[in-house]
Design a protein around this ligand. Structure first.
Ligand code: ZN
Length: 153
């Protein structure tokens, strides 16, 4: 467990300092805002969908280390994935950090979590769960085509 905790800290620091895909996507086909009032994390997610696939994805915003790192790892993970694969990852990630399986997730295939697995460390800090899931909830809303700002509250 301590190895995973070291890795967790390493990944979060690395992605906080050097967020991947941290830019504006001029040709985005979906744009979604997310806000976590509990911590003050804000982000805008840009997604370029083509043929049911996330061809490109990027984000902007400001937030704590965990929200920034989670958004960064998320964009890396879902780029190139189909909408269905990304949705399955959303549910798997949610289950990973909350320990709760959603009813929707029962019907979905179990994707490989890869680097996302380090975020299981968030479970030890319940107040941080919303920081870690903000980017994922925002992605979920964007893929569903909702327009309103996503709030974790
Ligand atoms: Zn936060």
């Amino acid at each position: 467990m301590s190895d995973l905790r070291d890795l967790y800290q390493e990944v979060i620091l690395d992605h906080q300092r050097h967020p991947r895909n941290f830019r504006v996507l001029a040709d985005a086909t979906r744009l979604q805002e997310g806000y976590n009032p509990l911590c003050g994390d804000r982000l805008i997610l840009y997604i370029k969908l083509r043929d049911n696939r996330i061809e490109d994805i990027a984000f902007q915003g400001s937030g704590c280390a965990i929200s920034t790192a989670s958004a960064s790892v998320m964009t890396e993970t879902v780029k190139g994935k189909t909408i269905e694969e990304a949705e399955a990852l959303f549910h798997a990630f949610h289950e990973l950090v909350t320990g709760q399986e959603s009813s929707e997730a029962k019907h979905l295939p179990r994707p490989a979590l890869g680097k996302l697995a380090v975020f299981s460390g968030v479970r030890e800090f319940p107040v941080r769960v919303k920081c870690a899931t903000l980017a994922w909830h925002t992605l979920h809303a964007a893929l569903q085509g909702r327009d309103e700002t996503v709030s974790t509250e």
